[in-house]
Design a protein around this ligand. Sequence first.
Ligand code: ACO
Length: 796
Amino acid sequence: MSGGSLITLKTQPSDAANSANAAAQQQQTANGAAASSAQNVGGGNAQEGTRQNSLQRIQQRKQKVFSLPVSQKLAKLSMYSACQTEGCRCTGWKTPQENRHRDVESSYCPEFSEECRNVSCRHPLSAHIAHLDGISNSSMDELLGAIIDMENLFMSMQRVEDEDTKKVYLYLFRLLRQCVLTRQHPTIRGPLGDPPFESPCITKAVLSLVFYKFNHLNPTELQTMTEVAKTFLNFLNHYNFESPSARRGDLNHEDASNYKINYTRWLVFCHVPAFCNSLRQFETSLVFGKTLLRTVFQYMSQQLKKKCISERDRFPEDKRSIITLMPKFLEGLKAELLKDNSPIWDPNYRPPNAFVIQQRKRHQEAIPATNSGSSVVAANGKRSSAGEPVNKRAKKDVLERITENQDDLPTEVVMRAMKAVSESKTTNKAEILFPVNVSRDENVKAEEQKRAIEFHVVGNSLTKPVDKQTMLWLLGLQLVFAYQLPEMPREYISQLVFDTKHKTLALIKENQPIGGICFRPFPTQGFTEIVFCAVTMSEQVKGYGTHLMNHLKDYSIQRGIKHLLTFADCDAIGYFKKQGFSKDIKLARPVYAGYIKEYDSATLMHCELHPSIVNTQFIAVIRNQSEILKELIAQRHNEVQKVRPGLTCFKEGLPSIPVESIPGLREIGWKPQMRPARASRPLEEPSDPEKLASAFASVLQSVRQHNTAWPFLRPVTAAEVPDYYDHIKYPMDLKTMGERLKKGYYQTRRLFMADMARIFTNCRFYNSPDTEYFRCANSLERYFQTKMRELGLWDK
Ligand code: ACO
């Protein structure tokens, strides 16, 4: 472990005294932020302010490191990166003795040729960063962020006295260290389980309490009570829990052991991630339930009451009622916490929708005022002048979370499903050993994680020295392309692979290139041209081709490129289609003509990239989502299976009842039918027939002139297509539509749209998908919809 380098980094006095002092200060503040977690919450403003400052300084330090020159960033990364020299076990480049006092986050940048002071290594710094070749700026910053978090955790660990807390910091420190070494995202696995830990969560129970206990209040008081609930949740979400050792005396055996588990979970999932944002953060009130609240309620509510009194004068006049009502709310919550069968802790209890909607509406109306009031009481004073959370991960307003999704699936239900999916994965041992239905891409990703394969973007340069390794890989890639693309002249392949405007994404296994994509980016045109793409014969159809393409997509997106173009060989069209390419070129010809190399016997294909998709993760994400959906459907299925007692009201003399009062109907998704408001149907029906007819004429004219309209301009004749009328009973075409329009047939939008839709459905019914006709129908249909939308005639 490179603990040594951690210490030498910051604690030595520096010749650049100012910068070193600043760095040391940063370490201390980071330490302060973490260490405060182990202490009991004082609740004083001074302490809150200090914590807030610490969090800000951590962010400032990160920003400072992110804005360093690349060479300095790489030097910092080298200190936590394993030496890439074969057989070397060194896990981080160690600063030579004479430079140990210098600060790599300020002015010091060691030469890449400088030797590692680890006696068993002695390899240059460049050997520690060889694997980072071609790394994107954002990935580099992500790694640096994790390193800073790790350093903060390390320092905190030194300071903190409580043994339980120390152990958690050590565990998280090691986790981050491992993630930096392996370049993986930190994931917390193990006996702590996955959040949410209890159902219902505290947030939901507190909302239920407001309805259950205070529904009799007048609307204004009820609204204030909701504000009180929100204030309470904010306080809880920023509350520093006491360590289990400090609570030993006041909890019974069972509570003490529950508290210890929950305290550890809170540290790992809620508290530490607040200052280590490489770790995913969860909100206390959304992941914990009754068990945690019961063990902390008494002390916490005392603190909150004290805080309300001490901060009373800082509250705006009209918000003081929040403070006045707080004791009543806390009493109500305490009573429900002590009861064994309180409905607010029943996972199936749900306030009526009307209440929830009303709360949401009121909340939206009251947003500005609410922010100014309740955030003052937040236990760590986490607010900016605008009342926004200062933390980088902007947290959604708690009440918004309580009330959002009520018409949709509650967050909790989704999280429960996620938990069930992850549990079924860990319990199904047979599937771990013999994975079924695993996509090829996943196997390749597993190899990449084990570093059995690597992906590097390499290229020749005339201005900078090109290292030997790059040259060897380029030579190897040239051979792979030459073998796999025998139609291409070898000289041509060499010329492009070694051309300085071209780059190659290389797939390296046992230090040999086994596949690659040679490409040329055209940043000014916003696209990348794929020139050669190949995987060596013995490694084909294992998923490497897919993963290579996904890496290229991510690489392009990171550089602001949103389109890939290629001339695909006839045999490779299937492969490119599977990678999301299409023959339907969405780029205007002038954008690429004259830039991209054109080949006679090949087909131009295009792939549009979505900037927010991480392609190398995409398949896994979709797979996960589909598993969660399956789980949700299964859960829903179980609910629907519930048999309810028959209705007795008719026997008792009632002639009829409202449909919505039939038990279970809403639970299975029934909703009252609502007619859309007239205003939402633009230009509907004969409101203005002339205006409508002229809009239809304009759409029809544009559609006729589109370059894919030619198959639909006039009726299909039996002479041209003898069996057409055997299959198509209701033919339609653009000429007939023009005639109908002239005769005033299209009195409503629906009639016009129905005829147009018939043209396309007929075409797709009669022709197979690989025909030009079929493609024209799709393309023209999209164009028709766009035109309709432009004129406000499309309301879907
Ligand atoms: N035609 C149709 N489908 C294909 C082809 C093909 N030629 N090659 C692969 N696929 C399919 C695979 O079956 C797989 O589908 P599945 O996941 O649904 O089963 C999917 O495409 C991806 O397969 P991978 O294993 O990820 O791809 P692979 O590692 O085999 O690499 C590649 C694909 C690069 C095309 C490789 O087969 C190859 O090198 N072929 C010879 C060279 C070549 O034709 N290159 C493209 C020339 S065009 C150009 O370079 C611009």
